[in-house]
Design a protein around this ligand. Structure first.
Ligand code: SAM
Ligand code: SF4
Length: 387
């Protein structure tokens, strides 16, 4: 038997969670809360920076390659506060000179000159939650914007000079037809942003939709929709580099790629998750911050932002690696599996043989390759790696 592989450091990213929204959408199970009263902008940014400081000893000397400010609705925060946040981050951590710095924005929350100010604050990529360009569907989804505001928001982001833009669309919406889905897709593709996240609407536990499920397209119609959408994306030069993310070659999201490649990330803000490799101890540590915004803010007094810190046991690493990595279309090098999990490839021989016999992966001397069937039955494929 060859020697045990050594855990090596993957690239490092930073995720910042902003937990407030104007209203809570009925399908959403993210840690987001309808804002009641005034947004505690200054207090929250101060809490985020103190929170970040507590993680610094674990990532000493490492360069951060991407930052993602997500939510919730980060665009509720003014450009001035986003600038304070970014300069605070730069003062505490070395950011790579060409770091991708993304902010999510919600079309219903931004007056148009604000995007220019976000760009000047240091944001270089915007992810807009368009969801649909059909006002009726937007109403069903409980969104605060209509089709006209969605178009105006995309135009404003483009006019502000952003070159890297993602548009989020959801599909298989209540009562949606294939033609309506395709009209949404054509509408966003016409803006030539180079990146579209195309999420099938799922009914998540503990949401308003779970309590009162709307009528969704059945499995057959959903499959036809995904095939029709894939044809349109391909015709426009977009590839499915991740299960729900389509991009032109130079527009892949570096931040999301790092998650899916089982990279490391610090996660700060209410409910944020982090994952950091500690080579000296040969361990991987996961953290989760306090979820409820006021508990998180109150933690600024005691500096106890972290609700949970756990070591990822070797027996769980293979599943965690494949849960992320199999979302990507790119083949998986055996050497990446070994250096990112610290496990020998023999550890996954049995689930891989099963996956191969089911036609879900192909194996070469250097790589594990997910097949089209593996992409279609991704959940089943991932489950094979559960210890
Ligand atoms: C955290 S949200 C952030 C964007 C921003 N808050 C907004 O909604 O405009 C990220 C994206 O996840 C998608 N999403 C959220 N809940 C979903 C669900 N139940 N099914 C499918 N997609 C979902 C939406 O497209 C949403 O834009
Ligand atoms: S705006 Fe975005 S994060 Fe907020 S509730 Fe709606 S989908 Fe969730």
């Amino acid at each position: 038997m060859s020697t045990q592989p050594v855990l090596q450091l993957p690239p490092l990213s930073l995720y910042v969670h902003m937990p407030w929204c104007v209203v809570k959408c009925p399908y959403c199970d993210f840690n987001s809360h309808a804002l009641k009263g005034e947004l505690p902008e200054t207090a929250y940014i101060e809490a985020l920076l103190s929170d970040l400081e507590l993680d610094l000893p674990h990532v000493w000397g490492r360069v951060v390659h991407s930052v993602f400010i997500g939510g919730g609705t980060p665009s509720l925060f003014s450009a001035q506060h986003i600038e304070t946040l970014l300069s605070g981050i730069r003062a505490r951590l070395p950011l790579s000179p060409n770091a991708e710095i993304t902010m999510e924005a919600n079309p219903g929350t931004v007056e148009h000159d604000r995007f220019e100010a976000y760009r000047q604050a240091g944001i270089n990529r915007v992810s807009l939650g368009i969801q649909s360009l059909n006002t009726e569907h937007l109403k069903t989804l409980g969104r605060i914007h209509d089709a006209d505001e969605a178009h105006k928001a995309i135009e404003a982001v483009k006019a502000a000079g952003f070159e890297r833009i993602n548009l989020d669309l959801m599909w298989a919406l209540p009562e949606q037809t294939i033609d309506e889905m395709l009209a949404d897709l054509e509408g966003v593709l016409a803006y030539e942003t180079g990146h579209v996240s195309h999420y099938q609407l799922t009914i998540e536990p503990n949401t308003v939709f779970a309590a009162k499920p709307p009528a969704l397209p059945d499995a057959e119609l959903a499959w036809e929709m995904s095939e029709a959408a894939a044809d349109r994306f391909r015709a426009k030069g977009y590839g499915p580099y991740e299960i729900s993310a389509w991009a032109k070659p130079s527009h892949l999201s570096q931040h999301n790629l790092n998650y899916w490649r089982f990279g490391d990330y610090i996660g700060i803000g209410a409910g944020a998750h982090g994952k950091v490799t500690l080579p000296a101890e040969q361990t991987i540590v996961r953290t989760r911050r306090k979820m409820i915004p006021h508990s998180y803010l109150a933690a600024a007094e005691t500096q106890e932002f972290i609700a949970e810190r756990v070591t990822v046991e070797p027996k769980d690493r293979a599943f965690e690696f494949f849960l992320n990595r199999l979302r990507l279309a790119e083949p998986i090098a055996w050497s990446d599996f070994e250096s990112l999990t610290g496990l020998h490839r023999g550890h996954i021989q049995s689930p891989l043989e099963k996956a191969q016999s089911l036609g879900l992966v192909e194996l070469t001397d250097s790589h594990i390759v997910r097949t089209p069937m593996g992409a279609r039955y991704l959940n089943d494929l991932q489950q094979l790696f559960l210890d």
